[in-house]
Every structure is written in structure tokens, then in C-alpha cells.
Design a protein around this ligand. Structure first.
Ligand code: GRF
Length: 217
């Protein structure tokens, strides 16, 4: 069974979508641990309710960022993951960490990358007057929010949208996106190869609102 570890920092709704997809057989794998950098992450409660191992490595207890990353690496490795997912994990990880999990670490980001890396993506999309917004599932590389795209999903921006209504619409789409993208990875269809995402022939459809990226191999 493919072993998946998920890192969260808060609500954990994407993590929940992944857990449910594993339970329903949409993802051919199992979430073996959910790890947070803060005890305040409410998503931990859900993971515990599903009898999934949880752990907290409190970043405020570390004066040295690299020391936190080193200990997190050891903690994640102790669960022997095949895949590591950053699902609302609000810490930037150093190059040693990223390179250790290169090609088997996926992030979900709430924008149509390369548009709007970093924070406040919904605010930025509204300020730019975009008519379309969305989310990206991508392999993680050392440069923040810049790794190769596995898949994206798009949602319309409505004239009446506030940051909150837009965020809610994107979040709904994220849940489907991360489960579909992760299954592409777990099944070996999506692969990280020489800094790119290649997609094999055995393609499955990504959400009706979305489209696939990557390069056919
Ligand atoms: C999501 O929008 C994710 O894309 C971003 O942070 C949010 C986390 O939401 N990185 P949740 O914790 O998965 O509910």
C-alpha cells in the first residue's frame, strides 16, 4: 500500500479530502500520518478521529529554522512515506528538506501558478481584476511555489466576489484537484523528471472545471 504523509498547519480540509479519497478508493494509498507545525491545527482532530497517527513539531520551539527542518525530515521519514503532501502547511522548507523528498512531495497552492506565489492569492486575483482564478497542484522544488505543475483547476471570478466567497469557491475545487493530482502521482502517471512533470498515457480526467498540465511522456 502506498504510504502518504500529510503536513498541515490549520483547518486541514485538503488533508480530509485526501483521507476520504483513500478511504473511498479514489486514491490507491493510505494516509499513515498527519503532521503539523502547531498544536492549534484543528485538522489534527479529524485525523485522530480517523485513527491516523498525528504529530506536532512546534516551530516556535526552534530558534534555528534549519534545525526545525532537520527534525521534521527525521519525523516524516520515520513514517516511511512514498508521498509527502503539503496541504496548507504554512512553513517554507529548506533546500535539504526539499531535495530529500524531491519527486515525491506535492503542494496545493490556491492560485493559477505562476500567477500569485506566496500569500493572499485571492486578494491579488481580485485586485488584478482577473475573471478566472484557481489552484495548482505541483511538485515541490526549492524555489517557493515554483515547482512543475501536475494539474490546475480553474474557477470563475464573479463581479460580486469578496475575498471570502472567492476563497470558498477555490477551496471546493482544491479538494478535487489534490485528490486527482495525488492519484496521478501514486499511480505513476505523473512523474517528476529532470525538473518537469511528465504525464504518462494512462490519463484520468481532472475536474470538469480544470485542465491538465505537464508534458506527455
Ligand atoms: C488552502 O487554500 C491551500 O491551498 C493553502 O492553504 C489552504 C489550506 O486549507 N495552501 P486547508 O487547511 O486544507 O483547509
Amino acid at each position: 500500500m502506498t504510504r502518504i504523509v500529510v503536513l498541515i498547519s490549520g483547518r486541514g480540509s485538503n488533508m480530509r479530502a485526501i483521507v476520504e479519497a483513500c478511504q473511498n478508493g479514489i486514491i490507491d494509498g493510505s494516509v499513515v500520518a498527519v503532521i503539523s507545525n502547531t498544536i492549534k491545527a484543528v485538522g489534527l482532530d479529524y485525523a485522530q478521529s480517523q485513527n491516523i497517527d498525528t504529530a506536532v513539531l512546534d516551530h516556535t520551539q526552534f530558534s534555528d529554522r534549519n534545525e526545525f527542518d532537520t527534525q521534521l525530515l527525521t519525523l516524516v521519514d520515520s513514517y516511511q512515506p512514498d508521498w509527502l503532501v503539503l496541504a496548507g502547511f504554512m512553513r517554507v522548507l529548506n533546500a535539504d528538506f526539499v531535495n530529500h523528498f524531491l519527486g515525491r512531495m506535492v503542494n496545493i497552492h490556491p492560485s493559477l501558478l505562476p500567477l500569485y506565489p506566496g500569500l493572499n492569492t485571492h486578494k491579488k486575483a481580485l485586485a488584478a481584476g482577473d475573471t478566472e482564478h484557481g489552484a495548482t497542484a505541483h511538485f515541490v522544488t526549492p524555489e517557493l511555489d515554483a515547482g512543475p505543475t501536475i494539474a490546475q483547476t480553474r474557477v470563475p471570478v464573479l463581479p460580486t466576489d469578496t475575498e471570502q466567497t472567492l476563497a470558498n469557491r477555490v477551496l471546493q475545487a482544491e479538494h478535487e484537484l489534490i485528490t486527482q493530482a495525488l492519484q496521478l502521482c501514486v499511480s505513476g502517471v505523473a512523474r517528476y523528471t529532470n525538473g518537469k512533470c511528465t504525464l504518462g498515457n494512462n490519463m484520468t480526467k481532472i475536474p470538469a472545471t480544470g485542465h491538465q498540465q505537464g508534458e506527455p511522456s
